[in-house]
Design a protein around this ligand. Structure first.
Ligand SMILES: Cc1cc2nc3c(=O)[nH]c(=O)nc-3n(C[C@H](O)[C@H](O)[C@H](O)COP(=O)(O)OP(=O)(O)OC[C@H]3O[C@@H](n4cnc5c(N)ncnc54)[C@H](O)[C@@H]3O)c2cc1C
Length: 568
C-alpha cells in the first residue's frame, strides 16, 4: 500500500496543488476594476456571476482537458481518406479536445454583440480562457469571431444570412468553425506576394474558383475558410487581393477542392491543427468587393486577431502570476519562504505588475474596439486604436514569454517539468503568440508607416492625456512623469522625424510609447487609491521599471512589498 507523503517538502507541494485557486476572476482584482472603468459603471451582478462561473469552468474543465490532449501526445491527426478510400480530409483530435471546445463555446464568446458592452464581455471571458494558453480552442474562437464580423459587416447580405447564425452558435457540436488563411510559402509577412489565384465560376453566378497553396492554415478542421486570393489579371501587391469564403464541403462530405498536405509539428499551440493546404478549383464566394479584399482581411480578420492575441497574452501572464505567486507562498528554502528572498520577490512583483499593465491596456483597447463597433469612437480614439492594435500585439506577446520564463524560474527545476505545472505549455504557446498575426518587426514597421502618414501622433497624445486625467489625486506626480515621457516619445513618431528611425530604433520608440499608454491605463483605473495602495503601487513600479530614466530613484523594496502584499 502506498504510504502518505510524509516528507515535508512533498507535503508543501501537495498543499500547493490542493490550494490551486479556481477563483481566477477574483484572483485578478484588476480585471473587474478595468472592466468597470471601461464600462463606465459598476460591473453588473450578472457579469460578475458569468466571469466567476466561466473562471471555474476554465480551471476545472477546459484546463484539465487541454492538459490531457497534450500530455498524451495525441495531437491532431490528418485522416485523408475514409475506410473505403474516399477522400474526406478529416482531422482527428484527442477526445478531450471536444470537451474543452464544448465548455468554451457554451460560455458565449462567439455570440457577443458588436458593441462596447459586447466587446468588453468578450474581453473578460477571453482573458480567462487564455489562462490555459491557446489550448486548441482559442485560435478557432478568434478565427470564427473574425469571420462572423467580416460576413456581417462586409459580405453580400445573402451570404451573411447563410452562415452567420452557425458562426454565432454556442453549442460546439452544431457550431460552424471559421479559419483564415493568408500566409503562403513564399512569405507570411509579405501578403502582397500572394499567388493563390481566383477566377470567376462560369456556372455559378457571383461565385469564384480558387487554386493554389496556403502554407500556414490553423483550424484546418474548420467548416468555413476565409482566404486571400488574387483574381486573375488583378494588380500585383496587396491592392490586387480579394478575400473569399470557401466552405469546407458543398455536400456535407466531399472536400470542396482542397487537399491537406500535412499537419505541422509545432513548438506550441500543439492541440490546434495547423496545416499546409492545396486548393484546386475550390468554390469560393467573395467577402465584400473583390478589389477590397486586403482591407477586409486586415480590418475584419487581422485587427480582431491582433486585439484578441493581446488579450490572450494577458491571460497567459495572469496564469503565470497565479502559478508562481502561489508556489512561492508554499515553497521553502534555507528555512524561509522563497518569497522572502529579494530576488524572488522582485521577480514576482514585476510579474504581477506586467500582468496588471497587460490587463489595463488590453481592456482599454477592447473599449476602443467597442466604440468603433458602435460607431461612437472619436477621431482620437480611432488613432489610439490604430496604434494599440499593433503595438499591444507586439508588447504583450513579448511580455507573456518573458513572464512565463520568470515564473518558470520561480518554480526552479520544477518549473521545467511538464506535469508539474502548466508553465511549459504556456511558454511554448507564448512564443507562437509572438509570431502569428504579424511579427514584431512587421507591426513596428506598420506603425512607422502610419505615423509617417500623420495618422497617429496628435490623436494618440490627446487620447493618452485624457486617460491620465482619470488618475487618482494621490498619483498626480506619477501621471505628470508619464505625460512627460509620452510627450517626448510620441514626438519621435511625428511625420518628418519617424522616417529617420532605423528599424530597431523605431521598435524602441514604439515600445516606450506603449509603456506610457500602459502606465496611463493603469493610473486611469487606480480609482481613489492614495499612493502606496496596490493599484497605484503597481503603476509606480511599472513606471520605475520602464520610464524612470533620469527620474527620482524609488524605494524599490517598499514598492515590491506594496505590490505583493502578504503572499499566500
Ligand atoms: C503556429 C502557427 C500558426 C499559424 N496559423 C496561420 C493561419 O492560420 N493563417 C495564416 O494566414 N497564417 C498563419 N500563421 C503564419 C503567421 O501569420 C506567419 O508566420 C507570420 O505572418 C510571419 O510570416 P513568416 O513566418 O512567413 O515569416 P517571414 O515573413 O518570412 O518573416 C521572417 C522574418 O523577417 C522579418 N520581416 C519580414 N518582413 C519584414 C519587414 N517588412 N520589415 C522588417 N522585418 C521583416 C519578420 O519579422 C521575421 O523576423 C501561423 C504561424 C504559426 C507559427
Amino acid at each position: 500500500m502506498e504510504s502518505a507523503p510524509t516528507n515535508p517538502g512533498r507535503l508543501d507541494l501537495a498543499r500547493w496543488l490542493d490550494e490551486a485557486t479556481v477563483g481566477w476572476s477574483r484572483a485578478h482584482p484588476s480585471l473587474a476594476r478595468h472592466l468597470e472603468t471601461r464600462l463606465g459603471e459598476p460591473l453588473p451582478a450578472s457579469w460578475v456571476g458569468e466571469l466567476d462561473g466561466f473562471a471555474t469552468t476554465v480551471a476545472t474543465v477546459i484546463d484539465p482537458a487541454v492538459a490531457r490532449c497534450e500530455s498524451h501526445r495525441e495531437l491532431p491527426r490528418h485522416v485523408p481518406y475514409d475506410g473505403v478510400g474516399r477522400r474526406i480530409e478529416h482531422v482527428e483530435f484527442h477526445p478531450a479536445h471536444a470537451e474543452a471546445a464544448s465548455a468554451a463555446w457554451a460560455a458565449g464568446l462567439l455570440d457577443t454583440d458588436l458593441s462596447l458592452e459586447g466587446d468588453l464581455r468578450l474581453a473578460g471571458l477571453f482573458f480567462l480562457l487564455a489562462h490555459v494558453g491557446e489550448g486548441g480552442v482559442a485560435c478557432p474562437i478568434v478565427c470564427t469571431i473574425g469571420l462572423r464580423r467580416a460576413l456581417e459587416r462586409r459580405a453580400d447580405p445573402a451570404l451573411a444570412e447563410r452562415y452567420v447564425a452557425s458562426l454565432r452558435e454556442v453549442d460546439s457540436a452544431r457550431a460552424a468553425r471559421g479559419a483564415q488563411f493568408l500566409t503562403e510559402v513564399q512569405g507570411g509577412s509579405d501578403v502582397g506576394a500572394n499567388v493563390v489565384v481566383a477566377v470567376p465560376d462560369p456556372e455559378v453566378p457571383g461565385a469564384w474558383r480558387v487554386s493554389g497553396e496556403k502554407w500556414f492554415c490553423s483550424v484546418a478542421d474548420a467548416d468555413l475558410f476565409a482566404l486571400t486570393a488574387r483574381p486573375d489579371g488583378a494588380p500585383a501587391g496587396t491592392r490586387g487581393l480579394g478575400c473569399f469564403l470557401v466552405p469546407r464541403t458543398l455536400d456535407g462530405v466531399t472536400p470542396n477542392g482542397f487537399t491537406i498536405r500535412r499537419l505541422k509539428d509545432k513548438l506550441g499551440t500543439r492541440a490546434l491543427a495547423s496545416a499546409e493546404i492545396d486548393f484546386d478549383d475550390a468554390l469560393a464566394f467573395p467577402i465584400g468587393e473583390v478589389d477590397d479584399g486586403f482591407a477586409v482581411a486586415v480590418e475584419e480578420l487581422l485587427n480582431v486577431s491582433r486585439w484578441l492575441n493581446a488579450l490572450g497574452a494577458a491571460g497567459i501572464m495572469g496564469r503565470a502570476w497565479l502559478v508562481a505567486s502561489s508556489f512561492a507562498a508554499r515553497r521553502r528554502a534555507f528555512g524561509r519562504s522563497i518569497g522572502a528572498f529579494d530576488g524572488v520577490a522582485e521577480q514576482l512583483a514585476l510579474l504581477r505588475v506586467h500582468t496588471d499593465a497587460a490587463i489595463a491596456s488590453t481592456m482599454a483597447l477592447s473599449a476602443l474596439v467597442g466604440r468603433l463597433d458602435e460607431g461612437t469612437a472619436s477621431d482620437d480614439e480611432a488613432c489610439a486604436h490604430r496604434f494599440l492594435v499593433n503595438a499591444l500585439k507586439v508588447v504583450t506577446s513579448l511580455d507573456a514569454t518573458a513572464c512565463v520564463h520568470d515564473a518558470i524560474e520561480v518554480l526552479g527545476g520544477n518549473g521545467t517539468i511538464e506535469d508539474f505545472s502548466v508553465l511549459p505549455r504556456l511558454y511554448r504557446d507564448a512564443v507562437v503568440f509572438e509570431s502569428w498575426e504579424g511579427t514584431h518587426h512587421v507591426l513596428c514597421a506598420q506603425i512607422q508607416r502610419d505615423a509617417a502618414r500623420g495618422l497617429l501622433t496628435e490623436g494618440l497624445e490627446r487620447w493618452l492625456e485624457r486617460e491620465l486625467e482619470g488618475a487618482p489625486d494621490g498619483a498626480r506626480p506619477l501621471a505628470v512623469r508619464v505625460h512627460e515621457a509620452a510627450h517626448e516619445s510620441i514626438a519621435r513618431l511625428a511625420p518628418g522625424r519617424v522616417e529617420m528611425l532605423s528599424g530597431s530604433a523605431a521598435r524602441r520608440v514604439v515600445t516606450r510609447v506603449t509603456r506610457c499608454v500602459q502606465a496611463a491605463t493603469m493610473l486611469r483605473a487606480a480609482g481613489d487609491d492614495t499612493a502606496g495602495a496596490p493599484a497605484t503601487a503597481s503603476a509606480e513600479l511599472f513606471v520605475a521599471r520602464h520610464l524612470a530614466d533620469g527620474g527620482p530613484s524609488p524605494d524599490w523594496r517598499a514598492l515590491v512589498a506594496a505590490v505583493l502584499g502578504p503572499l499566500g
